[in-house]
Design a protein around this ligand. Structure first.
Ligand code: HEM
Length: 414
């Protein structure tokens, strides 16, 4: 039996595999739910694995800040980023900042992501679902569900919302993977380096600068126009804030959604009864999509920094301490979810916190649920059979996780 320890949250081999990751979280929730991790390569931090604690931390943004340490990065990388960019994260996007600035910037696009705005995208989302399922059909009964389908479809949607052309998709996909998968040897830009590459950020910056210039001259009804012309406190949005905003909207939404679609398919393949039940019951679309969010929880962690002392489960947290909150651990807490390791599309997974909790709760959550629901509504009734055609491969990461390959064989009707 594997002997897990709290510092294993830093081990991307353990974290980059659903089974060992949940083995670790089961262990931590039971034996050390508020654990201190002191590893020579990282600044020390608390690691939280109970649902109630994580929710409490998420909803206490006054006392637990997103800055200055937003995600887990090795000391060497934090030092390098601080030297180059003046902060430990390299980027300063919505997830990296606190109020009052966070609220002001979030307000710029908030309306775009409300359910009533997302509902307007429904027809386009459905058209794209058909396009990508047709693409599967045209692949002669075999494809890599991740590389050929799930990485591309959510990307197309976010590109379309931003108003960016199809020709830029390949570049955007690669740059996003370099940002979110820097610890995976297959996805790194600079082999052997764990860091978010400087080249990646420069390339993204140049790309979005051109877009901003264009939308200032030629405004249209896309999100890029909103960002290009946004004002904060009556002034044009700061240029760096604008670049960071483009980066977070262009990148936060597709690897995550792709991961839910991909690892979700693996879960459905392992639970054929659930797949059939969903196929035959369109009224389950919304709940089943949320259950996949809970089950997959692609964003593994976020960090918060305490501004004052407090006690948690008998442990003394000090002002200045950093806390890592693990969403997949919360979403399989048996005190909150019955049979937490079972995929059950009929359960009411409303309480899941795959989108985080509190002031930073995911801006794109309604869009993500719609994308997953519509995709499976298009795919499932057309599938006459589907099976694994090779070994699924996980991304070695402890920030945004998921599958990088899922070979499948299937029969699909028109
Ligand atoms: C399955 C899909 C998705 C998951 C699981 C997910 C999860 C998350 C999580 C956990 C956070 C951080 C919450 C916190 O710190 O408490 C977040 C923030 C964010 N997400 Fe998502 N997300 C998904 C899809 C999307 C999509 C489609 C978009 C669209 C652009 C998006 C945009 C954002 C943005 C802009 C933030 C920063 C919000 C803030 O700090 O105020 N996400 N997301």
């Amino acid at each position: 039996m594997t002997q897990y320890k709290p510092a294993d949250v830093l081990n991307v081999k353990i974290m980059g595999n659903e089974q060992t990751m949940h083995g670790l979280f089961d262990h931590l929730r039971e034996h050390d739910p508020v654990a201190w991790v002191d590893d020579p390569e990282y600044h020390p931090f608390w690691t939280l694995s109970k649902y109630e604690d994580i929710k409490r931390v998420g909803s206490s943004n006054d006392k637990l800040l997103n800055a200055p340490r937003t995600v887990l990065l090795p000391i060497e990388v934090e030092d390098m980023l601080t030297a180059q960019f003046g902060n430990r994260n390299g980027l300063e996007t919505l997830i990296h900042m606190d109020k009052p600035k966070h609220l002001k910037l979030r307000r710029v696009t908030r309306d775009w992501f409300l359910p009533r705005s997302i509902a307007k995208l429904d027809a386009e989302v459905q058209t794209l679902c058909k396009e990508y399922v047709d693409r599967m059909r045209d692949m002669d009964g075999e494809c890599d569900f991740i590389k050929d389908i799930t990485l591309l479809y959510p990307l197309r949607i976010i590109m379309s919302i931003l108003g960016l052309p199809r020709q830029s998709e390949a570049t955007m996909l690669k740059l996003t993977q370099e940002i979110f998968g820097p610890s995976d040897p297959d996805l790194q830009r600079d082999p052997g380096s764990d860091d978010i590459s400087m080249g990646t950020l420069v390339e993204l910056g140049e790309y979005f600068t051109e877009i901003v210039e264009d939308r200032k001259k030629n405004p249209s009804d896309d999100l890029a126009t909103v960002l290009a012309n946004a004002e904060v406190d009556g002034q044009p949005m700061d240029k760096m804030d604008q670049m960071s905003y483009f980066i977070i909207t262009a990148t936060a939404g597709h690897d995550t959604t792709s991961s839910v679609l991909g690892a979700g398919m693996k879960a459905l393949l392992e639970n054929p009864g659930q797949m059939a039940l969903w196929r035959d019951n369109p009224d389950l679309d919304d709940g089943a999509s949320k259950e996949l969010m809970r089950y997959v929880s692609p964003v593994r962690h976020m960090m918060r920094t305490a501004t004052e002392d407090f006690e948690l489960r008998g442990k003394q947290i000090r002002a200045g301490d950093n806390l890592a909150i693990w969403f997949p651990a919360a979403n399989r807490d048996p005190e909150v979810f019955d049979r937490p390791h079972e995929l059950d599309i009929t359960r009411n997974p409303k309480q899941h916190i795959a989108f985080g909790y509190g002031e930073h709760m995911c801006l794109g959550m309604h869009l993500a649920v719609l994308e997953v629901a519509r995709f499976y509504r298009e795919l499932l009734p057309r599938l006459q059979g589907i099976e694994l055609a090779g070994e699924p491969q996980w991304i070695q990461a402890n920030f945004v996780g998921g599958l990088k390959s899922l070979p499948v064989r299937y029969q699909l009707r028109d």
